[in-house]
Ligand binder design. Sequence first.
Ligand code: IMP
Length: 196
Amino acid sequence: MKWVFATGNKHKVQEIRPLLPAGMELLSLRDIGCDEDLPETGSTIAANSLEKAVYVREKYGYPCFAEDSGLVVPAIDGEPGVYSARYAGTGDAGDNIIKLLARMRGVDDRRAYFVTVFTLAGDGSLEQFEGRADGEITLIPAGEGGFGYDPVFRPKGHDRTFAEMLPDEKREISHRSKAFAQLLIRLKSFENSNKL
Ligand code: IMP
């Protein structure tokens, strides 16, 4: 069975491809001739994930899945949330961190979580899978690894930020891995029922 992973990020496609069940073919947006920016007009991470998956299924006619992720800090009204990638308006991760730390000056409750929502838009089915990593925002950035807000996010039960962890260590506990594990179970069940 062929599935499209509706992301413009080719690294995400490459990361996921080897993990899929045998017999399942994963296509990128480029493979199906889609080079447009997918719509992301929702006010939540889950809504944007849904919008992208439904758009590709409807317009291109392939069963597909999409994902959307972000950082949520409840004490500052859920910011940066759906604006995580473009929080500071420059698209630069360092600028986003500077804005977040400035916004949190004097805020005692530094609890935060990363969330990923995958939406699976199969033939006639629509399902979402959420993964969450809880932690807190540090006072200053630490670490060189990872990307985005990793230098200021310390996961619960750990004394280092995501950026101070090895990639495998982060993967074990990350929001994206948790959401993907659920998606994978569902994709495998599709693949098995297809063989019957
Ligand atoms: P995306 O939907 O996976 O592209 O994530 C959107 C934005 O959320 C990214 O540009 C980052 O700013 C932030 N983000 C998502 N996941 C992570 C993570 O694992 N570490 C740090 N930042 C993240």
